[in-house]
Design a protein around this ligand. Structure first.
Ligand code: NAD
Length: 509
């Protein structure tokens, strides 16, 4: 059994070379390559080979060959592989979390949490025999019964972002393969080691070779996958600009597609809320994973008189937040994923200052002793942000929380509903009436009441509205099963003495 991705042993001093996982084994290929960083030190931890035409063809050939036999397996037998996979993920939990932390930068606890959310999707997919049960109607007409079944689509593709190298792929492939599809995953080129290991563990769980393949690379691999007629469905998660392109391109080629994009999640705090509890909740939601979560809260809407105590409580907490390497016990916030991303977040802080927002806590000079080259940025807190500012309108994806002061709950709701993104929103209040009004009026896909990050469990579905999701179906839960299957409805008659008497040229009235 491989315990490490394949390496080029002829260069012992060089960073390891990572490739792809195709047809049940590692494959290097000899195409373009790019660095994988260790954000806590800034060092290059590996070189990643980017898939070109031949690797894309090999992955698709493997998936196409494996599909018919896998699709023909009874769902309970497919579920057995997932039961074993769950055990292996639990066995390997700490090692997988360490891979995530090394290449992403988030804390080990957070990495374990992401893995746990992914394992819950595997657990959901273990119930696939039940989830694929069709509907049956006895006697829809004289002697005719009607029933439905769900059948796999063929080759499904997942294209995933850097910020959840385990959880987001796990949103997709356990359900896709349990439904009888084969799968090609194109993970982020920034943190490929965990997805490769997830593939290897599927082989160990007994998944036939070729049912699940990992193709590393960049846009070139994505374009080749989208252009491929054998690909039946595409699940994308990433930034909105790319999500929209993938949605249009895959849709144009007749593929089924769901494309989840960026976010700007608001958390509104009513004057009647427990302000200390709201500030604590905001800290984790805004600065956890250095703000690199699609469910991060990047906007606090301070309603009425909550503003002064809320900003004071946030500032006090942000100033003492512990930045450091994700693997160090006690670290609350790790580095950003790359130096380029750090520079992008810094440019937003400059933009906020230039547009007149008040930078109450400035984390730009945060230093982590012993980690001079790391991509660290301390917590930043802006007050007096207005809806026209870029730091409010655009997704920053870093440890930057913007406070907007609003007069009342309806002003908060109006702001949320005017924003181009509609991923998630939360309200902190002690009023049931306010909570009910907010719940019904707000245009987002995921909503929290006194819950800062309202991530749906695996047996519900995850997705936003507006420019946070292109396509009608959310990921995992029953929407996932719908997405990865064709629905077929059968009308059956078994006449004892031949068919109806003569042809009938009209619909039955
Ligand atoms: P990204 O859009 O840069 O990359 C996502 C994937 O697309 C990667 O696999 C990447 O290799 C590929 N890609 C990048 N540019 C491409 C292009 N031009 N054409 C084709 N493929 C391309 O996103 P990211 O920086 O990795 O992740 C952060 C983004 O993902 C944020 O916007 C975040 O909000 C979003 N996200 C959304 C959700 C959600 O559920 N809505 C979840 C996680 C992350």
């Amino acid at each position: 059994m491989h315990t490490q991705p394949a390496t080029d042993s002829s260069k012992p001093q060089a960073p390891p070379l990572l490739g792809h996982y195709i047809n049940g084994d590692y494959r290097l290929g000899n195409g373009r390559r790019g660095p994988v960083y260790e954000p806590a030190s800034g060092a290059t931890s590996a070189e990643l080979l980017y898939a070109g035409e031949s690797e894309v063809a090999a992955a698709l050939d493997a998936a196409a060959t494996a599909f018919p036999e896998w699709a023909a397996q009874p769902p309970p037998r497919r579920a057995q592989v997932l039961f074993r996979y769950r055990e292996l993920l639990l066995r390997e939990r700490d090692a997988l979390a360490a891979l995530i932390t090394r290449e992403h930068g988030k804390t080990l606890d957070d990495a374990r949490g992401e893995l746990q959310r992914g394992i819950e999707v595997v657990e959901f997919a273990c119930g696939i025999p039940h989830l694929l049960k069709g509907e049956f109607s006895d006697s829809v007409s004289s002697g005719i019964d009607s029933w439905s079944l769900r059948q796999p689509l063929g080759i499904c593709v997942g294209i995933t972002p850097f910020n959840f190298p385990a959880m987001v792929p796990l949103w997709m492939f356990p359900i896709a393969i349990s439904c009888g599809n084969s799968f090609v995953l194109k993970p982020s080129e920034k943190d490929p080691s965990c997805p490769l290991r997830l593939a290897e563990l599927l082989t160990e769980a007994g998944l036939p070779a070729g049912v699940f393949n990992v193709l590393n690379g960049d846009r070139q691999a994505v374009d080749a996958l989208l252009a491929e007629p054998r690909v039946a469905a595409v699940s994308f998660v990433g930034s909105t600009v790319v999500a929209e392109q993938v949605y249009a391109e895959a849709g144009k080629r007749g593929k089924r597609v769901q494309a989840l994009g960026g976010a700007k999640n608001h958390l509104a705090v009513m004057p009647d809320a427990d302000i200390a509890a709201a500030a604590d909740a905001l800290m984790g939601a805004a600065y956890g994973s250095a703000g690199e979560r699609c469910m991060s809260v990047s906007v606090a809407l301070a309603v009425g008189t909550s503003a002064e105590p809320l900003v004071a409580a946030l500032a006090e907490r942000a100033r003492t937040l512990r930045s450091g390497p994700g693997a160090r016990p006690g670290t609350q916030m790790g580095p950003l994923v790359t130096a380029a991303h750090r520079a992008r977040v810094l440019s937003y802080i400059e933009a906020g200052l230039a547009e007149g927002a008040h930078l109450v806590v400035d984390g730009r000079d945060a230093r982590v002793p012993g980690h001079k080259g790391g991509f660290f940025l301390g917590a930043c807190l802006f007050d007096q942000v207005s809806p026209t500012m870029r730091i409010y309108r655009e997704e920053i994806f870093g440890p930057v929380l913007c406070v907007l002061r609003v007069a009342d709950l309806d002003a908060a709701i109006a702001l949320i509903n005017r924003h181009e993104y509609g991923n998630a929103a939360s309200l902190f209040t002690r009023s049931g009436a306010a909570a009910r009004h907010f719940t019904r009026a707000v245009h987002v896909g995921m909503l929290g009441i006194n819950v800062p990050i309202p991530v749906p469990m695996a047996f519900h579905s995850f997705g936003g509205w507006k420019r946070s999701l292109f396509g009608p179906l959310h990921v995992h839960g029953t929407d996932g099963v719908r997405f990865y299957t064709h629905l077929k409805t059968v009308s059956a008659r078994w006449p004892e003495t031949g068919g109806p008497a003569g042809p009938d040229f009209s619909l039955p009235a």
